[in-house]
Design a protein around this ligand. Sequence first.
Ligand code: SF4
Ligand code: SF4
Length: 372
Amino acid sequence: MHHERMTPAQQTQWIAERARALGFDLCGVAPVSAESLPELARLPEWLDRGYAGEMKYLHDARRSDPRQALDGARSIIVVALNYHTPHKPPDPAAASPRGWISRYAWGDDYHDVLREKLNALVAEMRAQIPEPFDARAYVDTGPIIERVAAKYAGLGWLAKNTFLINPKIGSWLFLGAILTTLALEPSLAPGAAPLPDFCGTCTRCLDACPTQAFPQPYVLDARRCISYLTIELRGEIPEEFRPHLGNAVIGCDICQDVCPWNRKAPATPLAAFQPRERLFAPELEWLASLTQEEFSAVFRKSAVKRAKWRGIVRNACVALGNSAASLDPAARERVAALLHRLASSDDAIIATHARWALTQFPRPSPQSLAPR
Ligand code: SF4
Ligand code: SF4
């Protein structure tokens, strides 16, 4: 089939239309050059300060230079997919303590959902654009590249909580990118400023963070962030943070939940992102009792798998410890028995966190033990 050659402007417009047809909420193009993504130059300093914790993969140089990821890359197409569903965090229930799983992990693994759509977009580009070009789709190449590129593709601003916020739909967005050698027309005219920063004087996210993970606005120390502590960190959760984890078992969301720009976030129509049964506000006792086999079955094709069985049981122990004071007597006895069992687990990490959780239980007062 013969196609008229499209101008770079027509290519960008056509790609944005196809992205929308594939279900993406936002799509834009940023140029790739040494100067086009200036925030990437701050990545080495962030890494030098140790803010990435054990996330060694972030040190990969390709994450700070898209041209190293794809030879001859000239443009980066950035897409965003809304995953918001209107569920509110649960009230603490004394009878059966509930945990919190971050919204992004309620449904199917977003990597698969995005990759499929991005690959479909690349396939359409190959069918439509006659000139030879290279293109490679990325989901989570590096959170840094995608967010920065999204800003310069005109999709939003990089907020004090470090998320990309779009003024119309907020920050519950998965970002994906296609690096390409095509010289597409950038979404922002040359020299035009990206979307303004609408954080203004607001500091809600910074104030609400339970672990004070923001050393300054716009900068996250991942080592203190509950998302990192519950998902990325493999060993022991430093004791100083455990009481502040509350009921979080996977991720946190607080700095996005409190953001006024998410008040009117639309709901996603995608079935893939609706909460799976039992994953919205999961029962902590159930999570803590999962065997490895049950964990694999429950979290098949779920982003929670990244935390591994040991991680989720470890986190559930901490959350059970944090729930101790709010439990009714029957639940307290049941949970303490479960934690005692886990405290003698063969797994040293689980055993240590179960023992810590037991120390959070109110001790019987000497009076109630005294003979009458
Ligand atoms: S996700 Fe939670 S712990 Fe991490 S920065 Fe946001 S509020 Fe703080
Ligand atoms: S809560 Fe306020 S400061 Fe934080 S990201 Fe939202 S608007 Fe910006």
